[in-house]
Write a protein that binds this ligand. Structure first.
Ligand SMILES: [Fe+2]
Ligand SMILES: [Fe+2]
Length: 187
């Protein structure tokens, strides 16, 4: 998965890609989980999810491949250096054993999509449509979206930037269909 992730950045003909990849090596990006207990809550989960979102987004013919690569692969950079593992006692066959579990310890508490966009833009300069897509990729799950002015801003971004709508849809498809362990068979 790591080799494929690095290979995909070849789609991006912009300055800073190598600096970005060098920075990722200094972080937990390639080993981090994607969540504490929901989708892909396991080592490498964040990397796997990023690739799944790319696959869901890139299959749309109208999408520019460079923008799809940039936004899908980095939309959850906010989860870099974000989780930690702790131990807890769990009873197994009547015996208490120590088991590791993931918990949140955000080393740079700056939000979700807005944080991903900021981290990426330190290395690779983003287009406005890419900023919008990454910032609003959570759609109706965006933290703080209960605020009416936030809903208006997101609606405006979705109207102006189709990439933002499509990245959100790709994130939904990856999270709730591809990565949903309980889903079985056809539907
Ligand atoms: Fe996200
Ligand atoms: Fe995501």
């Amino acid at each position: 998965m790591k080799a494929r992730f690095i290979e995909l950045w070849q789609n991006v003909k912009r300055e800073g890609v190598q600096d970005l990849l060098n920075w990722l090596e200094t972080t937990d990006f390639y080993t981090a989980p994607c969540s504490t207990k929901y989708h892909l809550s396991r080592e490498g989960g964040l990397l796997e999810h990023s690739l799944n979102v790319f696959d869901c987004l890139a299959k749309r013919e109208a999408v520019n491949i460079e923008s799809a690569t940039i936004t899908a692969l980095s939309h959850d950079f906010c989860k870099i250096n974000f989780y930690t593992q702790e131990m807890r006692n769990v009873k197994e066959n009547g015996v208490w054993v120590q088991k590791p579990f993931y918990t949140i310890k955000d080393q740079f508490p700056y939000g979700h999509g807005e944080k991903s966009a900021l981290l990426l833009n330190r290395y690779v300069k983003l287009k406005t449509s890419e900023f919008m897509a990454i910032r609003w990729h959570m759609g109706g799950f965006t933290p703080g979206i209960q605020d009416y002015s936030m809903i208006q801003a997101m609606g405006e971004a979705f109207r102006k930037y189709p990439l933002a709508v499509l990245l959100h849809m790709a994130d939904l498809e990856a999270t709730y269909i591809l990565e949903n362990q309980e889903r079985m068979g056809t539907f």
